[in-house]
Design a protein around this ligand. Structure first.
Ligand code: NAP
Length: 344
């Protein structure tokens, strides 16, 4: 870029460039905002790209999965609980209080081919600009997989007893003493179903095959509960209920027979997909399950100056509080890395 282009902010390609940042944070869930709070207080003047709303096919909102959570009761410091959206609003306000800049756009592509000290990383945004940054924190989260049924998505959106996170939503009064269903046969399904047995009258795990994918110990833990049931070879073909779920239409994968199951809650636990689309071609190494690979007990990726935090780099815990902790770690790592390069 020539000096006149730098001054005008317009490159030869016609793409607008919003200048060089010390630190750009991609994603606005608990990891991204916590990283921003720490980085802003360290005077790194972070800019957070919060993303834009999408349907993927379920709702994906700036703020991440907590935006789809009704009540958060397991985040320390909120004895009365707090709604997911309110929590994200407060995280954002706290980050902005210390000077974090917020951009309502997605980062769509990362060009990490240059040495970030001499020539900052180039990030492309969904509104057609480029941004350059010496350090980047990827905190794009993960998106829960949904079955993809119209009524499933409708009831999930309106808080009608359909959720993709039993640990977040399962303990709500609406589910206590009720018959509840969990779809899936992996460790997450077992974990969520076991959790729900504490509140529900009965829990049905609905699995499409006749053997579970989950580890034996997780299976045993669930099966040992007196109110635990598994419905084998079944898929959900419709979710019933106008304002709140009152049943499921199931189909037997062997006989094709359909049946109704009365339940007051549906928890979809068929895996998560880490949000790494924007990382394609960037050179950032991923795990065999598609999560950002961290290089140790810190937030460093394989690319210089690029750090990751939260669910995009965590296939095991995926909690708001663990994501926030990872955000803190990433900000401290970025701050130290920038200082070591003489950028402060
Ligand atoms: P997972 O292991 O990929 O299991 C997903 C389950 O959902 C599978 O049983 C799969 O069925 C089923 N499924 C997928 N798509 C479906 C669909 N469209 N309709 C119906 N069923 C569908 O995912 P996960 O359980 O979330 O686990 C992810 C990783 O986290 C795993 O490595 C797991 O070990 C780990 N994890 C560990 C713990 C723990 O150790 N405490 C807890 C949770 C997760 P099939 O089996 O037929 O493919």
């Amino acid at each position: 870029m020539t000096s006149s282009e730098q001054a005008s902010g317009v490159q030869e390609s016609g793409v607008r460039d919003s200048g060089v940042h010390k630190l750009v944070i991609i994603g606005s869930g608990p990891a991204g905002w916590t990283a921003a709070i720490y980085a802003a207080r360290a005077q790194l003047e972070p800019t957070v790209f919060v993303g834009v709303p999408k349907s993927d096919p379920g709702p994906v909102l700036p703020g991440g999965q907590l935006m789809l959570t009704t009540e958060v009761e397991n985040y320390p410091g909120f004895p009365q609980g707090i709604t997911g959206p309110k929590m994200m609003e407060d995280f954002r306000a706290q980050a902005e209080r210390f000077g974090t800049k917020v951009v309502d756009a997605d980062i769509t592509k990362l060009d990490l081919s240059q040495d970030p000290v001499r020539s900052p990383h180039v990030l492309h945004t969904s509104d057609g600009t480029t941004v350059r940054a010496h350090a980047v924190i990827v905190s794009t989260g993960a998106v829960a997989n949904w079955i993809g049924l119209e009524n499933e998505m409708r009831l999930a959106r309106q808080g009608g007893g359909v959720s993709a996170c039993a640990v977040c939503d399962g303990a709500l009064p609406a589910f206590r003493g009720q018959a509840l269903a969990v779809v899936g046969g992996g460790d997450t399904a077992m974990e969520e179903a076991t959790f729900l047995t504490k509140f529900a009258s009965v829990v049905y795990v609905i699995h499409r095959r006749e053997s579970l994918r989950a580890s034996k110990i997780m299976q045993q833990r669930y099966m040992s509960r007196p109110n635990a049931k598994v419905l084998w070879n079944k898929v959900v073909v419709d979710v019933l209920g106008a304002e709140h779920i009152d049943g499921l239409l199931l189909k037997d994968t062997v006989t094709g027979e359909q049946s109704r199951l009365d339940v007051k809650g549906l928890f979809v636990a068929i895996g998560h997909t880490p949000a790494t689309k924007c990382l394609a071609g960037s050179g950032i190494e991923l795990t065999d399950k598609g999560y950002v690979l961290l290089r140790g007990r810190n937030s460093a990726t394989n690319m210089a100056g690029v750090f990751a935090a939260g669910d995009v780099a965590d296939e095991h815990y995926r909690q708001a509080v663990s994501a926030a902790g990872m955000g803190c770690v990433a900000a401290l790592d970025a701050e130290r890395w920038l200082a070591a390069q003489g950028i402060d």
